[in-house]
Each structure stands twice: as C-alpha cells, then as structure tokens.
Design a protein around this ligand. Structure first.
Ligand code: ADP
Length: 477
C-alpha cells in the first residue's frame, strides 16, 4: 500500500467499501428472501391443512375423504397441495388415514410422536429416506361428534431449498462482478477527480529554473486545488525574485572580481619576468598564475551565463560551412589531444551550411571537445563527425571515455553539476561548460542530446538548422 498512488488507493478503498456494502446487502436480501420463502410455504401448508379437513366426513365415527371424483380442482388439490397428508386419532395417536405418497415415503409418525405433536401443534420437519426434507403442518380438529383428530399435511422442501440455493448462487456471482464494476468505476472516477491534480503537476513540471516567470493556471473554482496552485504561484514568485537576485549578484561579483584578478595576473606575469627571482619564488608565481587563469576562466564563464540569461548577448549570424568550421576548431585543440595521448579523429562530410555565430558556436564545440578529451583516458579515441540530415546539420562528439551514470544524465546540463564518477572528480572543471554549450546551441534554435554508458563512452549529438540557402540547394539537387 505504501507505494500505491492516490488513484489506486482511492479505487481500492472504494471497491472494498462497495464489496462490503454488497456483502451486507446481499446477506440481508438472502435472509429476507429465505424467510419469505419459508413463510410462503407455511401459509400454503396452513391453507392446505384447513382446506383438506373440509373434505373429511365421519359416517359411523370413521373418517373418509368425500369429494366429487369428477371435480378437477379437487383432484388437483389432493394431488398437489394435499399430496402428503396423514390423519391420526388424537387420543391414542393411531394412524387412521394416509396419502399414498406419504405412505410410500414412510412419512407417518408413531403414536408417541403424535401425542407430543398434539400438545404443540405447528410445523415440524422430517427427513424422508434418501435425505429429502419435508415440512409438516399439524392441526387438531374435532369431528361433528367432538372426537379429536390430528391432521398433518406436508410438503417437500426441495423446491424451497433449490430456490434458496439459486438465490445464493446469484448473490455469489454478483459479488465479484459488482466488485469488478466498482473497481473500474472507482478507477475512472478517481482518475477524473485527480485530473486537475495531474494537470497541476504537469504545469509545475514545465516550470524550470529558466521559466520562473510562468505561473500555474487557476481554474477559478476557489477550491482546495486552486488554493494549492495559488500557494505554489506565490512560492514561484519568491523563487523568481531570489534567483534574479542571485544571478545579479553572480554577475556583479564576477564583474567586480575580474579587474583585481587581471591586476594580480599582470603582477605575477611581471614578477616571472624578473631574472633575479629564485627558483622557489618562480615556482610560487607560476602556480599563482595558473590559479589566476583558472579563476579568470570561471569568472568568464559565470559572466557569459549571466549575460546570456539577461539577454545581453547578441548572436551575429553568418552562413558558413560546418565541415570546414569543425576542422579549423579541432585544429585548435589538437595539441591537447596529443598531450593527453588521445586519438582525435574527424569525419566531416561537407559542405553543410548553417547560419550562426561562429564565435559562440566555436566556444560550444570547444567545450564539448574539451570534455571528450578530459574524460577519455590515454589511448582512447574521440571522434568528431558532421553530416546534413532532414534539414539539420548534425554534429556528433563520440568518445571512448569513462561515460556518465544513468542517474547523472538528466543533470549534466545544469550549472555546477559534475557527475559523481570518481574520475570526473579528479578532472579539472566547475560544471559550467555544458550549461554554456546548451545555451549557445539553443540560441541557434538547435538542440543537444547525450547518450552514454559508464565505462563505454559518451556521444553528444548537436542538431542545428541548416541555412535556408543550403536547404534550397539540397532540395534543388
Ligand atoms: P566540467 O567539465 O567543467 O566539469 P561540464 O558542464 O562541461 O563541466 O560537464 C558537466 C559534467 O558532465 C562533467 O563534470 C562530467 O562529469 C560530465 N561530462 C561531460 N562530458 C563528458 C564526457 N564526454 N564524458 C564523461 N563525462 C562527461
């Protein structure tokens, strides 16, 4: 139950409640129908008993059945309602007369029983040989000469019991069928009731860190869900304000820090030019310079992202060939590949014309290539490929590096995210390269995707729209 969704829990509770009500109602119905059947049999036995007594006559004090042998109604009555009767002398319990069928089934009682029944006339049940149950009605009557007789009229309970069984069978069938219907109806109703919650969830899901100006829709019903959406919206407003302040702070601090950093960098460079410097001091300044460079690169990246998000970066688009562009960009990083012992290969079929800002796209490609080289151990391979397909220029960066764990994949484009693989931690970086690359590619109306398996390598695929002219030329070809 712990992991079930609200919909499943609502459906389950509804179905259990419905099954319980069905069982109670079914039980009550069965009991009342059984009582009704019994009462009907008893009333009919009452009528048969007193009706039959009317046909007895007592010439010489001995009972005989006197009726018109041609009267079909009487004959039918004797063969059905009064089919099993016995007449006893009430005083000594002797059996005086008995219907043929009653005698056949040995349904008569001994004198002791008759004397007891005389004390408590009413209904009693007898089992015929073969286990067929019979109910008898005993009534005491007096002949015109005031002699007491006990008349018993019986009826087989087979029919009554089979009716009860049929009803029980029907109820037992109805229970699972009703519960199944309740399950389906409950599932549908719970789905309908929870639909606004689902819509709220989807709308909230779409609000990422870069869409904090969006708000959840209010339905105007003023119900609990509207109140919840309102509360979420207030939280989004606060969040938007804090994020804006944080971005502003990052941009300002990065900007402010760059000037003193540039001074420190210049000083360290100047100090290094001093020939009288001892080896130890030289080493210290060289280390400092390296750290200053790293810090400067971080500040530059932070500023780039802050400016990009503030809409301050202009994309100056020109048409160029992706194949040639990739070859010249890869050239810039070739020495890094060589120094790390990684084989950088190119397979760029050209020309593939795109419309874009070379400077920014180069920055994105360098980030991706740098990552591929950083996370590929010596002896590995990095392959850069490009082609035109379906109106898009497709650029693929494949490496045989350490790969990215499945749970990290959805986060690698987030700023400051670094996958937790131990190797990745040892490698230099702050987790901004992919965020910047993604921004650049999306600013060009393109997309970036990643496929990766730990230990097997990664493949980043960048898609950029082809320049209109290129599309037309391709169509013409
Ligand atoms: P950085 O490289 O500075 O850490 P990025 O934003 O460029 O930051 O990358 C984020 C994280 O994604 C990296 O820390 C690394 O864990 C993972 N990553 C990116 N590219 C690759 C790659 N080609 N192979 C393995 N992991 C990668």
């Amino acid at each position: 139950m712990k992991h079930w969704g609200i919909r499943a829990r609502l459906t389950f509770s509804y179905a259990v409640l419905f099954a319980l009500l069905l069982a109670i109602a079914g039980g009550a119905l069965y009991r009342s129908a059984a009582a009704r059947l019994k009462a009907d049999t008893n009333t009919s036995l009452d009528h048969s008993c007193s009706g039959l007594w009317g046909y007895f006559e007592f010439p010489d004090g001995q009972p005989i059945l006197a009726y018109d042998r041609e009267d079909h109604d009487i004959l039918f009555f004797l063969r059905s309602a009064a089919r099993y009767y016995q007449l006893y002398d009430s005083e000594d319990g002797r059996l005086l007369m008995e219907a043929e069928d009653s005698a056949l089934l040995h349904l008569s009682r001994g004198p002791q029983d008759v004397l007891r029944l005389r004390q408590h006339p009413g209904f009693d049940e007898v089992l015929a040989p073969g286990g067929v149950p019979f109910r008898f009605r005993s009534m005491e009557f007096r002949s015109p000469a005031r002699h007491p007789f006990l008349l018993r009229v019986g009826r087989s309970l087979m029919e009554e019991e089979s009716d009860e069984r049929e009803l029980l069978r029907l109820l037992l069938l109805l229970m699972p069928a009703g519960t199944a219907v309740a399950l389906v109806a409950g599932w549908v109703m719970a789905g309908r009731a929870l639909k606004p919650v689902q819509q709220l969830r989807l709308a909230a899901d779409e609000i990422g860190i870069s869409q904090l100006d969006r708000r959840l829709p209010l339905r105007g019903t003023n119900d609990e869900l509207d109140l919840l959406a309102g509360t979420f919206n207030q939280a989004f407003t606060r969040l938007e304000k804090s994020v804006a302040e944080m971005k502003q702070f990052t941009a300002s601090i990065s900007h402010e820090l760059r000037t003193p950093l540039a001074c420190l960098q210049a000083e360290a460079e100047r100090a290094l030019q001093n020939r009288e410097l001892s080896d130890r001091c030289r080493q210290i300044f060289a280390n400092q310079l390296e750290e200053f460079h790293r810090l400067d690169s971080l500040l530059r990246r932070l500023l780039t992202l802050a400016r990009a998000e503030a809409g301050e970066i202009r994309i100056v688009a020109e048409e160029f060939d992706v194949a040639e562009f990739l070859v010249s960009t890869a050239e810039q990083i070739k020495f890094v590949a060589d120094s790390r012992g990684v084989n950088l290969q190119l397979n760029c079929a050209g020309p593939v014309a795109v419309l874009g800002d070379r400077h920014w796209l180069q920055s994105a490609v360098l980030n991706l290539l740098d990552n591929a080289l950083k996370f590929t151990p010596a002896g590995g391979r990095v392959l850069l490929e490009s082609k035109a397909q379906g109106g898009l220029a497709i650029i693929e960066f494949s490496d045989t590096g350490i790969g990215i764990a499945e749970q990290d994949l959805p986060h690698i484009f987030e700023r400051f995210f670094r996958a937790n693989a131990s190797r990745s931690r040892e490698v230099e970086g702050v987790g901004l390269g992919l965020a910047i690359a993604k921004w650049i590619i999306e600013a060009h109306h393109g997309s970036i995707e990643v496929q990766s398996r730990v230990g097997a390598g990664s493949r980043f695929t960048v898609c950029l729209p082809l320049a209109q002219g290129a599309v037309l030329r391709a169509q013409a070809r």
